[in-house]
Design a protein around this ligand. Structure first.
Ligand code: ZN
Length: 252
């Protein structure tokens, strides 16, 4: 089983539209970051975590042809607006796509994609969603994902633990129950949006403090903005902390 970082960027993506970057920055492919999401590839199934506006290009890039279920961590645009791209994947699956999210975001999905729940005449293809609240434990084929609840400013956000791997995107506080379940990890992927403090995200210094306390064998920082030039930034990180990049594959 492996986890694939589909996107390691912040909500604008990197490079950000309207900004000029030095040629040396653009020359490193790891500085090209699509919006934040993850795929977990099991032997029997693929679990997608979030549907960014870059979903189509991310799945094509990684050669992922089938998705068996989706976990939507929250309903912000950078995590949700690619859900229309699930249309051909519903055809592959032969049924409406199972979508699991926090109870608070069920209505957002219905409001933004009402056509995924309506019936249409034969021959018109729309995405179909089988929407449900994320259970405490989700089994998708041989993938067993445990639900963790964290906070992103005032928004509740789903994080996941799968065996000794955890994915915690969009987080500004980790309540005690989730904190306890983030112990003993081999690999943690953790939000570090920028260098200055942010009301809704861990910034670099806070993420490094949390990484040091949680002591995963390796912590990869994600949801990265354009302040992080991959090579020079990673060279200054403490041992065991690295920057995620698009296409990073982590064996589980
Ligand atoms: Zn968000």
């Amino acid at each position: 089983m492996e986890a694939v970082v589909l996107g390691s960027g912040t909500s604008t993506g990197v490079p950000c539209l309207g900004i000029d970057y030095p040629a040396e920055f653009l020359a490193d492919p790891r500085n090209h970051r699509t919006r934040p999401s993850l795929a977990v590839l099991g032997r029997e199934a693929t679990l997608l975590v979030d549907c960014t506006p870059d979903l189509r290009t991310q799945l094509l890039r990684e050669g992922i042809r089938r998705v068996d279920a989706v976990v939507l961590t929250h309903s912000h645009a950078d995590h949700m607006m690619g859900m229309d791209d699930l249309r051909p994947l519903c055809r592959v699956l032969g049924r409406p796509m199972p979508i699991y999210t926090h109870q608070r975001y069920l209505d957002d999905v219905r409001r933004v994609f009402p056509y995924a729940f309506r019936s249409f005449p034969e021959g018109i293809e729309v995405p179909r969603f089988d929407l449900a609240e994320m259970p405490d434990r989700l089994e998708v084929g041989d993938i067993q994902a445990e639900r963790l609840d964290v906070l992103h400013g005032d928004w509740p956000v789903l994080a996941l633990r799968i065996a000794d791997f955890a994915y915690v995107t969009d987080v500004s506080a980790i309540p005690p129950p989730a904190w306890r379940r983030l112990q003993g990890l081999k690999t943690l992927i953790l939000d570090a949006v920028r260098r200055r403090p942010h009301p809704n995200h861990f910034h670099l210094e806070r993420a490094l403090e949390v990484a040091a306390e949680l002591r995963a064998q390796t912590t990869y920082l994600t949801h990265l903005c354009d302040e992080f030039d991959h090579g020079p930034t990673e060279a200054r990180l403490p041992p065991g902390v690295r920057l995620a990049y698009d296409g990073l594959r982590i064996p589980l």
